[in-house]
Design a protein around this ligand. Sequence first.
Ligand SMILES: Cc1ncc(COP(=O)(O)O)c(C=O)c1O
Length: 461
Amino acid sequence: MLDTTVLDELRSSDFARLDAGGHVYLDYTGAGLYADSQLREHLELLRQNVFGNPHSLNPTSAAMTELVERSRAAVLDFFRASPDEYVAIFTSNATGALRLVGEAYPFRPGDRFLLTFDNHNSVNGIREFARARGAETTYVPSEPRDLCVDEKLLPRYLTEVGGEHHNLFAYPAQSNFSGVQHPLTWIDQAHAHGWDVLLDAAAYVPSNRLDLSRWHPDFVALSFYKMFGWPTGVGCLIARRVALAKLERPWFSGGTIVAAFVQREWYQSAPGAAQFEDGTVNFLDLPAVEIGLRLLDRIGIETIHERVELLTSRLLEALGALRHAGGAPAATIYGPRESTKRGATVAFNFLHPDGRVVDERYVDRVARRHNISLRTGCFCNPGAGEVAFTISRETLVGGEFGDGTTLDDYIRAIGLPSGGAVRASLGLASNLADISHFAAFSREFVDLATVPDDLPPRVGC
Ligand SMILES: Cc1ncc(COP(=O)(O)O)c(C=O)c1O
């Protein structure tokens, strides 16, 4: 077992603001938290230097270019990606990385876009690019019991390809809804059938090792603020060079070309990452990526993994043990009940003694009282929600949004028990005290027969 005391030391030094403010932060899948030292190091760097727009020859530009390229190399190094095989492209977030792939993937009629039900909307949205280019989109369902994909089912989808087509398979290494970790072995399986693989690693990499010398997805999307809190506004597409060469950018812009003419409609794309980095990169923030990665390396991602795995088991135990006086369960968990096949994100609902779901808006209200930051809703992952709440395709058709329909009207129309689930997620600064506070908060729902009728209207899922 790894020694995780370094994380307790960090909690009382670099994350002291959590306890000083009485915060119980349980939304690491929403955003990671930064350590004080990251800010100090970054600001010190900015204070002591003069940095210009990178990629020119003047001294301030050259200094900046060097740091941008150092951060790029640090990303590849952190993920053990060989620079001969992979390129790191800076984007504004994971969504930006996913869009780069979606808009440039050479979908043609007869091609396939295959993806799991369990996906963030930023992956679901790629189906619009596929549709516009005549490719067919197919979803692989999850099992209602634990929101995993039936291992026997996937090969059936993967074999449904033929000939010389371009086919893209997209899935999350970890679900941002349920915390389910979908197997990385799918990457090789998909490759064996000729698929390109897009791995959404945004929710996985903050507390799991993604080793790109062991696994070779074609495209990996992530956001750095989810890994170490600071900076926001910077994500990355880590792409295999061979896969990148297949992409067809729909346009060119400043920064992405070597040269372009006006009197002749000609341009020459820049090589490597530059072709995909539109305009000026977020250069002053990029050195903070190297600083954040160094912090994770100092702690050890395996140490973080061990800590959150243990805490996740405790959180699951607390929810599993929650009973009303009559013995009925006071919570239901969506996803694996044990700490295997899952990460540190737990989706659940509290239940009334008669089995009805406790309105998630009331859960939000009670959480606020406890100064607990957690999430409620569908977390931009409608597919996982549809399986968790056993909503069928037919039900959804019956409840189409119309003019003037509010989200509350829609939820009533399709007969949903609530506006979504509750999500608690853990990260590098989480500790046992957070779990104890969470358990105390959970007990407020024991024997709760009704909720107040002054809950605010829902504005989004
Ligand atoms: C699995 C997953 N994919 C993609 C995203 C989108 O990330 P961003 O909003 O940083 O682009 C998120 C954000 O929560 C996520 O959890």
